[in-house]
Design a protein around this ligand. Structure first.
Ligand code: DC
Length: 225
């Protein structure tokens, strides 16, 4: 079977990363969570008080950042490293979520992220999830999936996930953060969230994880022939 590139794009919290991770495991492919890269950049900007409306400051800060994924034997997943520090938990923080869409809309930040993502896909055998993976990062990918789910279901799923780590979080906070990110991600000038013309839609509102995996696996195997 030939090695392919699989892209998964869609709105926040519609289960893209879960599906991408499952697919990569089944196919023995590399899984890349591109959102984690933008989250790590945002964390760095927040910590260093970088003014992301100032191009010179962005340029300087990006020159100080090294991003890397390293396998975590305990979780069986790859963790995001920022300048050799494991930031996997920190980047899921609400503070990062509140600013990541603004930071990732900056042209310089996007070129930085996209160049590294394209390099990761040079040897194929990769599943990457994000917002612009099928349109900008890998426009020639063999399989492009656009994942969607009912907005209320997305809020509920995200709330459950965040509540485990932070019981003081409210459903309203999660809802307004998702709505804001969906809006900013879809309306930014540089590579906004769009469905690629040749993408297949997967609406997982009433699917179990196993059901969505089997559907996507079927599509992948077809393309790998
Ligand atoms: O997938 P996520 O929610 O962790 O992504 C965090 C943010 O990063 C999201 O609000 C938009 C941005 N992002 C992006 O602009 N392009 C990508 N390919 C992935 C994420």
């Amino acid at each position: 079977m030939k090695k392919i590139i699989i892209t998964l794009d869609g709105y926040s919290s519609c289960g893209k990363s879960t599906l991408a991770r499952q697919l990569a495991r089944e196919l023995n492919y590399v899984f890349i969570d591109s959102g984690a890269m933008y989250r790590a950049i945002t964390l760095y900007f927040l910590r260093q008080h970088v003014d992301w409306n100032n191009k010179t400051e962005i340029h300087k800060a990006l020159g100080e950042i090294t991003l890397d994924f390293q396998f975590n034997e305990l979780t069986g997943q790859a963790d995001m490293y920022l300048n050799d520090e494991n930031v996997e938990a920190l980047i899921r923080d609400m503070l990062v979520s509140e600013h990541v869409s603004e930071v990732s809309a900056k042209e310089e930040v996007r070129s930085f992220g996209v160049a590294q993502q394209q390099k990761m896909g040079e040897k194929k055998g990769i599943v990457m999830d994000g917002r612009d993976i099928g349109t900008t990062v890998f426009p020639d990918a063999e399989l492009k999936i656009f994942v969607t789910a009912d907005p209320a279901v997305r809020v509920e799923r995200r709330f459950k996930e965040l509540y485990e780590k932070n019981p003081s979080i409210t459903i309203e906070e999660v809802k307004s953060n998702l709505e804001m990110r969906d809006y900013l991600d879809s309306n930014r000038e540089v590579s906004p969230l769009r469905m690629a013309e040749d993408a297949i839609v997967l609406d997982n509102t009433s699917m179990t994880r196993e059901e969505q995996l089997q559907i996507a696996l079927g599509w992948a195997k077809e393309k790998m022939k």
